[in-house]
Design a protein around this ligand. Sequence first.
Ligand SMILES: Cc1cc2nc3c(=O)[nH]c(=O)nc-3n(C[C@H](O)[C@H](O)[C@H](O)COP(=O)(O)O)c2cc1C
Length: 186
Amino acid sequence: MDIDEAIAGRRSVREYTPDAVDEPTIGRLIDAAVHAPNATNAQPWTFTVVHGQDLLEQISQDAKAHELATMPAGPQSDYYRTLLSDPNFQIFYHAPVLVVISGIAQGPWVVEDCALAAENLMLAAFGQGLGTCWIGFAQGYLNTPEGKQALGIPAPWVTVAPIIVGHPKTVPAPSARKEPEVRWVG
Ligand SMILES: Cc1cc2nc3c(=O)[nH]c(=O)nc-3n(C[C@H](O)[C@H](O)[C@H](O)COP(=O)(O)O)c2cc1C
C-alpha cells in the first residue's frame, strides 16, 4: 500500500468481527513497530499481547471503575462518565487482541518512543486490512499495581499505548481534521 494511502486511510476502528488475528500477523505488526525512530536507538519498548476474552473483559471492567474513580469533575467529563457507567460498554470493543506497548522504565523519551512504535503498528495493521484503536481508557488502570499484576507487567514498566487489533466489521467514515495552524518563520 502506498504510504500516503495508509496515512490518510487509517481510522480508529470500534467494531470488530470475532475472527482471531494469528500470531505471525501480530509478529509482523510488532516488527513494523520496532522500526520506529526512537531516542538514541534505545528501543525501550515492550509488547504484551492479550487475547483471552475473559481477561480483556475483566480489565475493561476494572479500567472503567478506575477511570470513574479518578476522572476530574466538570462538564467535559459528563459524556465519558455516562459512557463508562454503561455496563454494556466494553472499552476494547470486543476486539480479539490487545497489544500493550510499555516502556521498560521511566525515561525522558520513553513515551515518545512507544507512541511512535504504536503509530507504526497501527499503519502496518491498516496495510494488512486490519483495524486498530488506541485505548486511552485502559492506560490509567494498566499503570496501577493492580493493572500491572493483571497482565504480569513488571512494576518499573510504564504503559503508554494499549492498542486493540482485529478485523473491522464496519469501515469508519473519515474523521474531519481542522485546518492546522502553520507558521513559517525566518
Ligand atoms: C492517546 C489516545 C487515546 C485514545 N483513547 C481512545 C479510547 O479510549 N477509546 C476510543 O474509542 N478511542 C480512543 N482514541 C482514538 C481517538 O478517538 C481517534 O484517534 C480520534 O478520534 C481520531 O480518529 P481516527 O483515529 O479515526 O483518525 C485514542 C487515541 C489516542 C491517540
